[in-house]
Design a binder for this molecule. Structure first.
Ligand SMILES: Nc1ncnc2c1ncn2[C@@H]1O[C@H](COP(=O)(O)OP(=O)(O)OP(=O)(O)O)[C@@H](O)[C@H]1O
Length: 264
C-alpha cells in the first residue's frame, strides 16, 4: 500500500518548549487514522505541522514520498485537503461558491470553474445531504451547516490525503455518522485520512487506525481494535472508563461516574 504521510520523530511547538515530542506516524492509502487526546495536547498542532502552517524543530515529514518542504503550494493542494476546526465565511459567498473553492487547485490559468466543476460540487453537496445550502449565503448558516460545507469543499478537491480537525463538532448524530460514512467510503476506495476527534465511539465505529496523543507524545498507535482499550483510554484522559459490547458486536465506551456506578 502507498504511504501517503510519513511522520518521523516530529517535535514542534510555538515557543522554546515543544508541544509535540518525538511523534511517529505513517498513513497509507485505505487508512483512516483518528487522533484522540485531551484538550491542548497537540492534535491540531500535528495537523498544522503536516500542512506546513508551522515550522517544526526536529524530525521529518514526507507527503507522498516527498519531503514536506519540497512541495509547491498548488501541487500540494491537488493532493492534500484540509477541513479546519472553523472558519469565518467571507461576506457574500453562497454555499456552492464556497464548495467550488475546493476546485481551485485543479483549475487552469484563468481560474475559471467549468460546468463539470459545478457538477462535482453539486454531487458532493447532494451526497452529504446539504444540497439545500447551495444557493444560501454562508453568513446565514448554522455552525453545523458550515462544517458540512467545509467537508464538501475538501471532498471536491479530490485529494489523496484528507486531514480533518474535529469534523463532527457542531453536528447532530445523524450528520456525524453521515459525514464520517462519506469519509470512510472514500478511504475504502483508496483515500488516506487523518481525523482529530473527541468522540471515542465515533473513533471505534469509523477508524481503521488510532493515534493516542497525551502531553504531546504518542501514548499508543496502531489498528483501532488494538489501541482502543479501556485501560489505555483511562491513561489518555485520566478518568475511569467503562467498555461494553453492543449486540451488534460494536465496542462502546463511556466515562464511569459516581452516578452511573450507582445505577441511577
Ligand atoms: N498559536 C499558538 N501560539 C502559542 N501556543 C499555542 C498556539 N496554538 C496552540 N497553542 C498551544 O499549544 C498546545 C497544543 O494546542 P493544540 O491546538 O494543538 O491542542 P489540541 O490537542 O488540538 O487541543 P483541543 O482538543 O483543545 O483542540 C496548547 O497548549 C495550546 O495552548
Amino acid at each position: 500500500m502507498d504511504t501517503l504521510l510519513d511522520i518521523q520523530g516530529l517535535s514542534a511547538g510555538y515557543g522554546p518548549a515543544p508541544v509535540l515530542r518525538d511523534v511517529d506516524c505513517a498513513v497509507r492509502a485505505g487508512e483512516l487514522w483518528v487522533v484522540l487526546g485531551p484538550n491542548g495536547t497537540g492534535k491540531s498542532t500535528l495537523l498544522k505541522s503536516v500542512l506546513g502552517a508551522m515550522p517544526w524543530t526536529r524530525g521529518r515529514i514526507h507527503l507522498l514520498a516527498r519531503e514536506r518542504g519540497e512541495w509547491e503550494a498548488r501541487a500540494l493542494a491537488r493532493n492534500v485537503a484540509w477541513v479546519p476546526q472553523g472558519f469565518e465565511p467571507a461576506e457574500g459567498f453562497s454555499g456552492l461558491e464556497l464548495v467550488l473553492m475546493g476546485r481551485s487547485p485543479h483549475l487552469g490559468l484563468w481560474g475559471l470553474t467549468s460546468a463539470s466543476d459545478e457538477a462535482v460540487a453539486r454531487e458532493v453537496l447532494e451526497e452529504l445531504g446539504v444540497a439545500y445550502l447551495a444557493e444560501r449565503s454562508c453568513e446565514a448558516m448554522s455552525g453545523g451547516e458550515r462544517r458540512m460545507l467545509l467537508l464538501a469543499r475538501a471532498l471536491v478537491q479530490q485529494p489523496k490525503l484528507l486531514l480533518l480537525d474535529e469534523p463532527t463538532a457542531f453536528l447532530d448524530v445523524a450528520h456525524q455518522v453521515g459525514a464520517l460514512e462519506r469519509v470512510r467510503a472514500r478511504v475504502d476506495a483508496g483515500l488516506g485520512a487523518v481525523a482529530v476527534l473527541h468522540d471515542v465511539n465515533l473513533a471505534a465505529a469509523f477508524a481503521t487506525h488510532v493515534l493516542l496523543l497525551r502531553d504531546g507524545h504518542v501514548l499508543a498507535r496502531g489498528p483501532a481494535p488494538e489501541v482502543l482499550q479501556r485501560e489505555r483510554l483511562e491513561a489518555l484522559y485520566g478518568v475511569p472508563m467503562e467498555m461494553a459490547s453492543a449486540p451488534s458486536g460494536a465496542r462502546l465506551f463511556a466515562p464511569r461516574t459516581r452516578w452511573t456506578a450507582e445505577g441511577r
